[in-house]
Design a protein around this ligand. Structure first.
Ligand code: ADP
Ligand code: MG
Length: 583
């Protein structure tokens, strides 16, 4: 085929293809225009998932009659004047192509009356064929109707999904814009049925509640970093509201929704150890950065932006979220059974809070601790089963049940503590603190322990020699598939060293990509702590119980184990009273 200049209608369709993929893309462009016009109320009406009709009415600044025709022209905009402006965008739109594109692939009507003028005007386009300008006497603002979308692009029309699915995408589009503009009143009707009525509000949490329900609305923590060139405001949800996917993570910069995997990771990372792996936190994060610090022109539908200082934004998010979560006492609340349990098993309950009978102090060896020959001249006694690290503080007492749970009375109600999860958390923090301070006590083995591993595992361990050394696990190659373990952290001495290493190895080989050293260290610490902690089934002495409770009080985040499982459940006095029908 010879090279030819394409005719204008083909150019329009090609351009439209980039911006307008489906009804939701039209809705996005029109909503953004209404926002840019300073509207305080925006009404949307749809038929058949938007493919038959999209109507939007706003009360924004409107368009003067003599500019209506221009508004439909390609690359015509009131929002940019020069190329430099592209790096200082403060409006949602700036390319001047949306109305032209939409008008080219639908039956399009634009009616508008500029604020402060007596009469407006209207213009129509039938798949790009533009009709005459006519007077229009509606109220100030803009009214746009898009009918029979893609009527002249049948290929596109074929790719549309069910009405329900298209409507779903439109709702998501509206959600993103409405969350960023709580002071605007939005309504959405579909096939004559009201889907949303979101009254104007100054309060983001309220709007979140309207979209996502009370449960989330009542579990939000506010974030507001100090003023500066880069600022973060927003709301994050309690870890107990975690989700199976990351859909309820919304990122905005200067009022514009965007997606960014690395910044979602920053949010995720701040919840590390508070939610289980595979689960995702909920967050609504609003960044403010100087307009010239971002490039919003890197994606056809502006779904992505580029930050000049990506690392700064990453740390800002991670630090702010983490700091906020630390301030909360995140003991998960137990959901009580709806029906009171049949009385027979409950009868002995009154004796529950009697102090437990003293039990014989368990022998250190019974608890699985191994005697290690130290390489110092005066051999050290075996470490105590639970390392004593802190002065005794008053923390009350608890009783052990089923050799797995500790039950404790508190002013609020009753705590049920998972002894393994709690001890794991405590060991994790102790070792981590010491690793960070460079003060990890290491037990050197007089005779290094040879450990034979499957080939892949031996290779993985030797590859991670440096990280393992930071954790006090010194390994070297013994030839074949055998490695030599010559030291391990004293704090974890409750289990034989090869068992601790085994847990670490499992983690190392389960990763197909190398995580960052920090993430890896945390995982390895969690794994080691898990291996070394008391287990369900271990009988604890009263002294050990006491000691665990003391350590619990001193832990940074005693409410979840490093894998994100809760360590403690609270049965509040109120709930108990209610369940027994006392209130
Ligand atoms: P852009 O938003 O990138 O400028 P559009 O094609 O979406 O390009 O719109 C072209 C122009 O039409 C805008 O720059 C604006 O001046 C005007 N316009 C579009 N929609 C509205 C509206 N709802 N209210 C007021 N002016 C509008
Ligand atoms: Mg626009």
């Amino acid at each position: 085929m010879p090279i030819r200049q394409l005719p204008p209608d083909v150019i329009t369709k090609i351009a439209a293809g980039e911006v307008i993929e489906r009804p939701a893309s039209v809705v996005k462009e029109l909503l953004e225009n209404s926002i840019d016009a300073g509207s305080t109320r925006i009404d949307l009406e749809l038929e058949q998932g938007g493919s038959e009709l999209i109507r939007i009415v706003d009360d924004g600044c409107g368009i003067a009659p003599d500019e209506l025709l221009l508004a439909l022209a390609a690359h015509a905009t009131s929002k940019l004047a020069s190329a430099e402006d592209l790096f200082n965008v403060t409006t949602m739109g700036f390319r001047g192509e949306a109305l032209a594109s939409i008008a080219g692939i639908a039956k399009f009507t634009l009616q508008s009356r500029a604020r402060g003028t007596e009469i407006g005007a209207e213009i129509r386009s039938d798949g790009g064929v533009i009709g005459p300008l006519k007077p229009w006497s509606g109220s100030p603002g803009t009214r746009i109707e898009v009918r029979h979308l893609f009527f002249n692009v049948p290929v596109r029309k074929k790719f549309l999904k069910t009405n329900a699915s298209e409507l779903g995408q439109i709702c998501e589009t509206l959600t993103r814009i409405a969350l960023a503009h709580p002071h605007v009143h939005f309504t959405l009707r579909h096939n004559n049925r009201q889907v949303y009525d979101l009254p104007r509000s100054e309060n983001l949490a309220e709007r979140i509640g309207l979209f996502f329900g009370k449960e989330i609305r009542n579990a939000l923590y506010e974030i507001d970093t100090p003023p500066g060139p880069y600022q973060l405001k927003g709301l994050i949800a309690d870890p107990r509201c975690d989700r199976g996917n990351s859909k309820l993570q919304y990122l905005f910069v200067n009022g514009r929704w965007f997606r960014d995997r690395s910044l979602s990771y920053a949010l995720m990372d701040a919840y590390r150890n508070l939610i289980m792996s595979g689960r995702h936190p909920i967050g609504f994060l609003f960044l403010t950065v100087p307009a010239n610090e971002i490039d919003v022109n890197v994606h056809p539908t502006k779904a992505e932006v580029k930050f000049r200082e990506n690392a700064t934004v990453f740390s800002l998010i991670r630090a702010a979220v983490k700091e906020r979560l630390l301030r909360e006492n995140l003991v998960p609340r137990a959901t009580m059974p709806a029906q009171p349990i049949a009385p027979p098993e409950m009868m002995p309950l009154p004796t529950l809070f009697m102090p437990s009978r003293p039990q014989p102090i368990a022998d250190a060896d019974d608890l699985g601790s191994q005697i290690i020959t130290a390489d110092t001249s005066d051999p050290q006694p075996p470490p105590p089963p639970l390392p004593m690290m802190f002065p005794t503080i008053p923390v009350g007492t608890a009783v052990q049940m089923h050799d797995a749970y500790l039950i404790q009375e508190t002013p609020e109600g009753m705590l049920v503590i998972d002894q393994h999860a709690l001890h794991e958390r405590i060991l994790f923090e102790q070792v981590r603190r010491r690793v960070r301070d460079g003060q990890l006590e290491v037990q050197r083995l007089l005779i290094p322990e040879p450990i034979e591993l499957p080939a892949a595992q031996a290779a993985a361990v030797l590859e991670a020699t440096a990280e393992l050394a930071m954790l006090g696990l010194e390994v070297s190659d013994f030839g074949g598939n055998t490695i030599l373990l010559s030291s391990y952290p004293t704090l974890l001495s409750r289990r034989p060293p090869h068992e601790i290493l085994a847990g670490v190895v499992d983690y190392l080989v389960s990763k197909d990509r190398a995580p960052s050293p920090e993430v890896m260290l945390d995982h390895l610490l969690a794994t080691m702590a898990c291996k070394a902690a008391v287990k369900a089934g271990d009988k604890l002495t009263p002294a050990e119980i006491q000691h665990l409770l003391e350590l619990r009080a001193l832990a940074e985040e005693s409410h979840h184990c490093p894998h994100g499982r809760p360590t403690t459940l609270l049965f509040s006095r109120q709930d108990l009273d209610r369940q027994f029908r006392r209130t």
